[in-house]
Design a protein around this ligand. Sequence first.
Ligand SMILES: O=c1[nH]cnc2cc3nc(NCc4cccs4)[nH]c3cc12
Length: 373
Amino acid sequence: MTEKFTFTLHATDGMARRGTVSMPRGDIRTPAFMPVGTAGTVKAMYPGQVRELGSDIILGNTYHLMLRPGAERVAKLGGLHVFANWPHPILTDSGGFQVMSLAQLRKLDENGVTFQSHIDGRRYELTPERSIEIQGLLDSDIQMQLDECVALPSSEAEIERAMRLSLRWAERSKAAFGEQPGKAVFGIVQGGDVPRLRIASAEALRDMDFKGYSIGGLAVGEPQHVMLEILSITTPVLPAEKPRYLMGVGTPDDILESVARGVDMFDCVMPTRAGRHGLAFTRFGKVNLKNARHAEDHRPLDEASDCPASRDYSRAYLHHLFKANETLAAMLLTWNNLAYYQQLMAGIRGAIDERRFEDFRLATKAGWARGDI
Ligand SMILES: O=c1[nH]cnc2cc3nc(NCc4cccs4)[nH]c3cc12
């Protein structure tokens, strides 16, 4: 076990990287997928299940936890790892992104954001300093700077304003974080879909010497090719010896293509949220289990999978559970989807280790295209 935060690169294959983030609470094998545990739970899953299917780290949302049960209360109860019975690494976001998408009556200025809770209307203020304080009260292992993410499309002037504000907030977040050897604060690259602004943001953050770097401002509705073009411009500017985390991404295809452009860490609500709505991710592509064509299909989702949810239940049964709105429906499909995502990540890591990532990428996409045999 280590008392420090370190990132070790084991292999590269093109721009794809195979590494390990080592922290006191455990190692994170990269490329890594982080299941989203918004309110301190990966919805419909037990923590042990999340771990068993290969997750080294989960994400907690600062916005939700600061509103309910409250950061000070989580601290009083021993921090998020004790509270949620997840003794492994946790990454938290700053809360800023969700204020802008969930809160009411929000106001953003140089100092931070003020807003009203969507739960009970109480007023809150998030500054770079308060966000880091909250993430510390949660005992988060990897913390995010407060930033401003602009929706795309936006004017270049608007994108530049938000990018430069985020750089000033990066300085304040890093100062507030101070020196915490076993933990890390990440800077977040902004700059929208404007290459010169992305490069300026990445260069400025590199010079601030963060332990890791998030790429923000993407997966906000832009076409995949725009996201990939921005990645191709941004990752080469970031220091090779530090981890790169692409926020909010993505589908299995997004992840494959982003690993190919130098990304190490991912988080996305896709596998869990889609699972609750009947959408299964498999090696053969996506399967919508609410569709009547599954009503008498006795096959499981994937008989070759080592995940019980994928192997031991028929599509007919899963279809029935969704039609009956049964609780088990969400549980089984969330389990299948997270298992598939972690199987994909393990496949990616193995392929990079063996310098055959490009073949793996093409074969995986062919499997999805072959469809639901
Ligand atoms: O620039 C960002 N800064 C801080 N958090 C983020 C989270 C993000 N999540 C997505 N996409 C996934 C989504 C989840 C819900 C709505 S979009 N894009 C994101 C961008 C940012």
